[in-house]
Design a protein. Sequence first.
Lengths: 243, 356
Amino acid sequence: MFKKISAVSLALVVLLCLSLTASAYTEQYVVDYNNCFSYEEIQELETYAESVENEYGCCVMLCVTDEAVSDGYAEEIYNDYTDNENGFVLVHSLDDNSYYYFVTDSAKSTFNADVYETLKNAYDSNDTYFDGAEDYYSTCVDVLESDGDVAVVPETNYNATGDGLADRKADTVKVIVICIAVGMAVGFLVMFAIASKNKSVRMQKNASVYTRQGSFIVTGNYDNFLYKNVDKTPKPKQNNNNK
Amino acid sequence: MPTISEQKCPCCGGGVQFDSGAQKLKCPYCETEFEINELQQNVESVGESVDWSSSDNRWSSGETDGMNVYSCQSCGGEIIADSTTGASKCPYCDNPVVMKGQFSGALRPDLVIPFKLDKKAAKEALKKHISTKKFVPKAFLDNNRIEEIKGVYVPHWLFTCDAVGEATFKATKVRTWSDNNFNYRETSYYDVYRSGNISFDNVPVDGSTKMPDDLMESVEPFDLSQSVDFNTAYLAGYLADKYDVTAEESMNRANERIRASVGDALESTVKGYNSVDSRNVNLNIANGLYKYALYPVWILNTSWDGNKYTFAMNGQTGKFVGNIPTDKKAVVKASLLLGAGISAVLCGLSFLLGWI
C-alpha cells in the first residue's frame, strides 16, 4: 500500500516539477496560454527573442490566448514578464481572432500603428502559429534594424526576467511552499492519529456507563446575563482597479 | 493458620476446575462435570494446622512478612503466596487451590462474575488485537511471545449512590452583523447554574494494587446482571486476589468519576450558547453503598526487545486492551509519503487553477 502511495506521490511530484520548470523557462518572450506551440518551438522562439533583446535592447513579446481580451491586457502581460522600458507585445486572442498590442513609451516611435499592422500581417499570413511567430520576429528585426531610434541598451541595464516575472516566480514558490506545508501537516496529523490507536489503555473519564436509567433530574437552574462586548472591524475595501 | 480448599472430583479424586464454557465445575482428568452446588457437599476443607515451627530455621524472622505458606492437599507440596493471593495452582501438581481464609468472614466478596471466555479466546483476541493495529514493528509481530497468560479474578469495589450535584458554567452567545462599512461581532457572557440529582449503580474501582488501575478501567464495563453470589468453586483453575486497597481508599476514585459524570450531565442541559466552559462542580453523595466483587480478567504478558507488554481481556465480554509498540520510523515515513502525495495534489490543483 505504502509503496503504491509513494510511487504515485513521487510520480506526481516529478511531473509537477517538470511542468513547472518547463513553464518557468518558456514564458518569458512567448506566452502561450493555448498550447499553440510545441515545447521545442517555444524554445527556439525564446532563443531568438532573447538574442533580439540582447542585440537591440528591445523586448519583443508574443502572446497567444483563448481568453476574451480587454483593454490593458497587453500592457499587463508585458509588465508581468519584463521590466524592459523598450518593448512591444503582440497579443492574439483566439476567442474572437482579434489582435492587441502594447508598446512602451520609448519604443512608440519605432512600433507605430503602421508597424503594428505590418507585424500583425506577418504573423497572421502564415498557416501555422510557428511560421507566423517566426515571421513576426524576423519582421521585428527588420523594423529594429531600419530604425535607429530604439536605443541599444546594454544587457546589464535591464533584467530579462523582469520584476513581474520575478514576482510571479516568488508567488509560485510561496504557493508551492504552502502546498507542501499543508500536505505535510495533514500527512503527519493523519498518521499520528492512526498510530495513537495503538494505545488503548487509559483511565475512564467518568462513570456515565453506570448511571441509573432515568435517574437524572434537574432541580435548579438559572442563566444570568453578565455583560457583552462588541468588536467592530472595518470591511475590506473592494478593489475597483481592474486593469 | 492459613488453610486451603480444593475441589476434588468424587469420581477420580483429581482436582476440578471451573469451566467457563459450560459454567460448571469439570474434572480435567475424567472430564466429569458437576453443578456448583452439587459439589459443595464434597468440598474438602483442609483446616489442619501445619506446624512450621517444627522445621528449624526454615524461615528467618521477617522473611515471611507479607507471605503465607500453604500445604497442597493433593501432593503435600508447599505453596508460598503473598498475603493477598486468594486462588492459585500448586506449583508441583498443578492442582487448583483456593486459600479459604482470604475470602471468609468480612473479606468474603458479595458477588463474582464467572469467566465466560477461556484461555484460547484470550490468545485469539491478542492475535486479532495486534493484527488490526498499524505501525506495529515487524520484529514485534514476528518475535513477541506470550510469556504468561492467566485468568485472574480481580477484586473490585462497587459503589452505588445518589449524587446531588450543582455546577456553574461560563457561557457565551455570539451575534454578528454588518453595515456598509463595518463587520460587528457581539459576544454576550452569561453565568449559568444547574443543579440536579443522578443515581449511579455499581461504579467499579480496582481494589488490587497488583493490577494497574488504567488497565482495569480500560476493560470495563462488566455486565453485573450476570453476576452470582460468591462461591469459591468459581475460583477453581484461576488466580484470585483479595483486595489490598480498602473501600475507603477507593472512594476517592469513585467520587472523581461520579463528579465528572454529574458535571457532564448538568452541562448537557446548558443549551443555546456558542461556548460553554465548566468552572465548578460541587458534589454531595447520599445513600452510598459499596459491595465487594471479583471481576474476571485475562492477563497476557508478552516481551519484546527487553520490554514487557501487558494486555488484558474482559473475561466476560471479551473486550481486549493493551498498548502496542509503535514503529516511529514507519510513522514518519508514512507521514512523509502521504504528505508528499497531498502536497503534489495541492500543487497540481494550484497549477490547474493558475495560482502557479
